[in-house]
Each structure stands twice: as structure tokens, then as C-alpha cells.
Design a protein around this ligand. Structure first.
Ligand code: B4P
Length: 208
């Protein structure tokens, strides 16, 4: 299996690069942001609670997102691997991901961090906010809070993967194709794992 964590601040290009990676490597895309927005769109109790938190630019509680990832792993046991996009965002989420993947006989091969400075992030997200209908993309104060939460709560996840020699940093400013090629070079340098159980079979690329 091939399991990649795509990491970086809001607006760094995680979602953009994920779409290209699932097409090339036939992986299942697990974006906790997308999973949460699906709950909001469905009007569930979880979605109602998450919306208030996301609109403020804060992190949804660990147990909520870990539960969603657990369910998604259970439902995709035949997958060739996963792109984790926007997850883990805390060290507690990172340790839970290792535990959950170990339960499926696999683990994370590499974490790729896209580095982009704050002014470029603000510019990209305000631009996306013109068409995304995402309240968290339309208010500069909230975008700056998301970047600040990234530095205070999420950036330390990089250290977690660095201690496992899985951390790779890339400049996230530049052409989308150029950055994609650099991510692929990192992924291709990592051997995939064969899970003990269940048997790995090639799954169709799809988003949840
Ligand atoms: P996410 O949905 O993860 O959203 P995001 O951080 O904004 O990143 P995204 O992937 O969408 O943007 P991208 O960089 O691709 O999170 C939203 C909220 O959900 C969080 O604030 C939090 O409340 C909650 N949440 C999600 N996961 C959670 C978790 N694990 N724990 C707790 N809470 C969680 O793209 C941005 C823009 O840049 C795009 O418009 C794109 O076109 C552009 N772009 C990309 N690459 C570019 C490049 N190379 N050059 C120029 N522009 C580029």
C-alpha cells in the first residue's frame, strides 16, 4: 500500500495536488475538510457543530475527525492506498492515524509539507473565496486565524514525522505541474508496503 500525508497551511495547495496524485497513483483521497463539508451539506448534527467551528477558522475536535478517518478506512479496505489531505492536524491525530493504519497492517510511507508564506496564502484563499462559497475563505481575519492555528497546533505534526524520517518539505510557491513533479519524485523514492491483512488490491481512484 501507498499512504501519503499531504501537509501544509491552509491554501498551500494540498487539495490541488491531491487531485493530481489520486489520478496518477490510484489512491483514495481522504480530505477531512471535504468529509466535514459533506456532513454540513447533509445537515447532520455533526455537521451543524463542525460548521460553527470551521467558520471561525478553528480546529474541529480530534475525536470527531479521527472517527471519520476510522470509518473511511473501514469502508475502503480494498484501496491501493490513501492520500491524507488536511489530516493529521494535531499530534494526537498523527498518533491515532499510526494506530488505525497498523490495525490494517500498514502505515504512512511519507509526509510531504508544502511551504508557502502567509501573504501568498491570504491572496490564494481570498481569490478562492470569490467562487468557493466557503465562509472560511471570505474573511481575511478568519484566514489569518487559520494560519495562526496552523502554526500553534498543526506545525508540530511535522516534528512527529521527522522523528520517523518521513518528513519532506517542498516550496509550495511555483507552477502546479512543477510542484507535482517534485512530490512524485519523493513518493517514487519510497517503497510501498504489503499489508498483512487484508490483501492489497488496486482500487479505483475516487474522492470521498
Ligand atoms: P481544509 O478543507 O483542509 O482546507 P484548507 O486548509 O483551506 O486547504 P485546501 O486543501 O482546501 O486548499 P489548497 O491548499 O489546495 O480545512 C478547512 C477547515 O476544516 C479547517 O480550517 C478546520 O476547521 C476543519 N478541519 C479540516 N481537517 C481537520 C482536522 N484534521 N482537524 C480539525 N479540523 C479540521 O488550495 C488553496 C487555493 O490555492 C486554491 O484556490 C488553489 O487553486 C490555489 N493554489 C494551489 N496551488 C497553487 C499554486 N502552486 N500556485 C498558485 N495557486 C495555487
Amino acid at each position: 500500500m501507498l499512504n501519503i500525508v499531504l501537509f501544509g497551511p491552509p491554501g498551500a495547495g494540498k487539495g490541488t495536488q491531491s487531485q493530481k496524485l489520486i489520478a496518477k497513483y490510484h489512491l483514495v483521497h481522504l480530505s477531512t475538510g471535504d468529509l466535514l463539508r459533506a456532513q454540513i451539506a447533509a445537515g447532520t448534527e455533526l455537521g451543524l457543530q463542525a460548521k460553527k467551528i470551521m467558520d471561525e477558522g478553528l480546529l474541529v475536535p480530534d475525536e470527531v475527525v479521527i472517527g471519520m478517518i476510522d470509518n473511511a478506512l473501514q469502508s475502503n479496505q480494498q484501496a491501493a492506498g490513501f492520500i491524507f489531505d488536511g489530516f493529521p492536524r494535531t499530534v494526537a491525530q498523527a498518533t491515532s492515524l499510526d494506530r488505525l493504519l497498523a490495525g490494517h497492517g500498514t502505515g504512512v510511507q511519507a509526509m510531504v509539507a508544502l511551504e508557502v508564506d502567509e501573504e501568498e496564502l491570504i491572496k490564494r484563499l481570498l481569490e478562492r473565496g470569490k467562487t468557493s462559497n466557503r465562509p472560511d475563505d471570505q474573511d481575511e481575519t478568519k484566514i489569518r486565524r487559520r494560519v495562526s492555528v496552523y502554526h500553534s497546533e498543526t506545525a508540530q505534526v511535522a516534528g512527529y514525522y521527522a522523528t520517523q524520517a518521513k518528513f519532506h518539505a517542498l516550496n509550495g510557491i511555483g507552477g502546479i505541474e512543477t510542484i507535482f513533479g517534485q512530490i512524485c519524485a519523493i513518493i517514487d523514492a519510497h517503497p510501498t508496503t504489503t499489508p498483512a491483512t487484508p490483501a492489497a488490491t488496486m482500487g479505483e481512484a475516487r474522492s470521498l
